[in-house]
Design a protein around this ligand. Structure first.
Ligand SMILES: Cc1ncc(COP(=O)(O)O)c(C=O)c1O
Length: 473
């Protein structure tokens, strides 16, 4: 009997009783986003787009509590998005200033990368396969990652033979959490082999975020009572004295130093070059692994990986999120060959060996490299314009954090940060706020790489407008 697929003639039927009406809203929203030019879209952010038919959207009472924000009966979740813009189920238009959940390098459904995926599928590139037979896209992506992690301006011709290079790649991991967890497992295994019986110490930044794995969460203070022999030392970002103290106090036991160049989960604090260089030296002296987590910073800069800016080479580099621009998740861990000590099933995900996602990652990398000069210019422009904010409103805004398109507006009070965030949402600017930990009062942005000077002007002018409206007293 032939396989049945009749219901696919009308995809709306997959969405249940309300499917037809939801589909009509979706299609009208897509046409609106496709046919309205960027200037008009920028003029309409925050407004309800009446030309899109309204529909009753599905409630989310069956979804876990932490997802159910806002009213369950009339949710205002995402309807569709394109580029830097998205429309909600209530047909409100937003300018997304955080690239979704910080992962959509080229915005929602980048036409270029959609084309890569479509052409790749038509050419026979498969969605997924077994990790024993990784296929050309995965092998090519591994080679490209090693290339961009290598020294700029030409390094050794054969990185595979170079002990100091990030020349080994695990591309069998689906998400950043799996890549970070792979790094942690390698660290424990390497430590056990080189210092058997000792309890490993991991030095981290207070306020870090390295994903959802148990040990990664232990690095940020969770599950403490379940870990008996792993000791975590948290230090303040850029506190070089505390860094030295940590290595000194735990001499012989430091297994790793873990850090993100910009702590996007702690107010976009930027690590300083001198601090990271000191960490490099201390790691070398202690045979501790220096792990740089570029899940946030990777693929968001002209040089692809930010660690190049600090004139260091980490021992391990964690990448994910922006690598596939939000397509089927694929992450990677790059490391120096001496850390290649795990067995096959110690660190792979079923869906982490994804040839199609690898093609999209290759397309994403190519776009980043092709647009290097434009990105450098845009990043400088955004930094310059953001600096106007604390200059004009020093009583309310203490500083601008971050670097380039990953930027935080640090407020002097939590109340100001929360009220500013609410006003941004009312005006159709999707930004995030860090105000849920003591002392946190920062509004975060991570502009997608599609942004141009006009988008930057709308974002910064809206920020300034809001502050002028609120006043400085
Ligand atoms: C710095 C950093 N590391 C790791 C992760 C975990 O990545 P994923 O959500 O893909 O598991 C994140 C996610 O936000 C992150 O920001």
């Amino acid at each position: 009997m032939p396989m049945k697929s009749k219901s696919f003639d009308r995809l709306s039927s997959l969405l249940g009783d309300e499917g037809e009406r939801i589909w009509a809203a979706l299609q009208a929203a897509r046409v609106y986003l496709e046919q309205t030019d960027e200037r008009d879209l920028l003029r309409h952010i925050g407004k309800t787009i009446e030309s899109i038919p309204s529909a009753k959207h599905l409630d989310k009472r069956l979804i876990q509590a932490s997802y159910v924000k806002g009213p369950a009966e009339a949710p205002d979740d995402l309807l569709t998005g394109q580029g830097l813009f998205y429309l909600t189920e209530q047909r409100r238009l937003f300018l997304d200033c955080t690239a979704g959940h910080y992962q959509m390098t080229w915005g929602y459904n980048s036409p270029e990368l959609t084309r890569v995926a479509r052409l790749a599928m038509e050419a026979g590139i498969v969605w997924d396969d077994h990790s024993d037979i990784p296929g050309n896209p995965i092998k090519c992506l591994a080679a490209q990652l090693v290339r961009v992690a290598g020294p700029h301006g030409g390094g050794p011709a054969n990185p595979a033979e170079d002990d100091g290079a990030l020349n080994t790649v695990n591309l069998g991991v689906c998400t950043g959490s799996s890549a970070a967890s792979t790094a942690l497992k390698i660290i424990l295994k390497y430590f056990e082999a080189t210092r058997p019986g000792a309890g490993p110490v991991i030095v981290t930044m207070n306020g870090n975020y390295h994903g959802m794995d148990f040990l990664a969460q232990r690095l940020r203070g969770m599950w403490e009572k379940y870990f008996c022999s792993v000791h975590v030392v948290g230090i303040e970002p850029n506190d070089t004295a505390a860094l030295r103290r940590a290595f000194h106090e735990h001499e012989g036991r430091v297994a790793a130093f873990f850090a993100e160049p910009i702590l996007m989960n702690r107010e976009a604090i930027l690590l300083e070059k001198g601090f990271l260089q000191e960490a490099r030296t201390l790691c070398d002296e202690a045979d501790a692994a220096m792990v740089i987590d570029e899940i946030q910073t990777g693929f968001w800069r002209p040089e692809v990986f930010m660690f190049h800016q600090f004139d260091i080479v980490p021992d391990m580099l964690i990448v994910g999120k922006g690598m596939t621009s939000g397509f089927h998740p694929l992450a990677a861990l790059l490391f120096k060959r001496k850390y290649d000590c795990l067995e096959q099933y110690d660190a792979i995900n079923t869906n982490g060996n994804a040839p199609l996602a690898a093609m999209v990652a290759l397309g994403c990398l190519s776009l980043v490299e092709q647009n290097g000069n434009r990105l450098a210019d845009l990043s400088r422009y955004y930094e310059d314009r953001l600096r106007e904010i604390p200059q004009e409103h020093p009583n309310r805004v203490a500083a601008i954090h971050g670097k380039g398109l990953l930027a935080g507006v640090k407020f002097r009070t939590v109340a100001d940060a929360l009220s500013f965030h609410r006003r941004c949402l009312e005006r159709g600017l999707w930004v995030r706020v860090h105000a849920y930990h003591e002392g946190h009062s920062t509004v975060l942005t991570k502009l997608g790489l599609l942004a141009d000077r006009e988008v930057v002007d709308v974002v910064v002018n809206t920020f300034l407008d809001i502050l002028r409206e609120v006043g400085d007293e």
